[in-house]
Design a protein around this ligand. Structure first.
Ligand code: 9UX
Length: 72
């Protein structure tokens, strides 16, 4: 099973920030693919909702010093 969510990400100031978030999310259990756009400040994450939740994805982003909310 797989679902997509979009997040608004704050706190990124350079391209290393967005690739850092991408790498961390892509290694996170339950995440299939994550792509982070620095310019639009959006993260698109494809994940397995049986394994991981949007709140856990947000916590992971906060743990490395950025902030995120589910885009809506
Ligand atoms: Mo760029 Mo982001 O030097 O924490 S990596 S600002």
């Amino acid at each position: 099973e797989k679902t997509d969510a979009e997040f608004d990400v704050t706190g990124m100031t350079c391209a290393a920030c967005s690739s850092r978030i991408e790498k961390v999310l892509n290694r996170f259990d339950g995440v299939e693919t994550a792509s982070v756009n620095l310019t639009t400040e959006k993260a698109t994450v494809s994940y397995n909702p049986n394994t991981v939740s949007t709140q856990e994805i947000i916590k992971k982003i906060r743990d490395i010093g950025y902030d995120a909310t589910v885009a809506g």
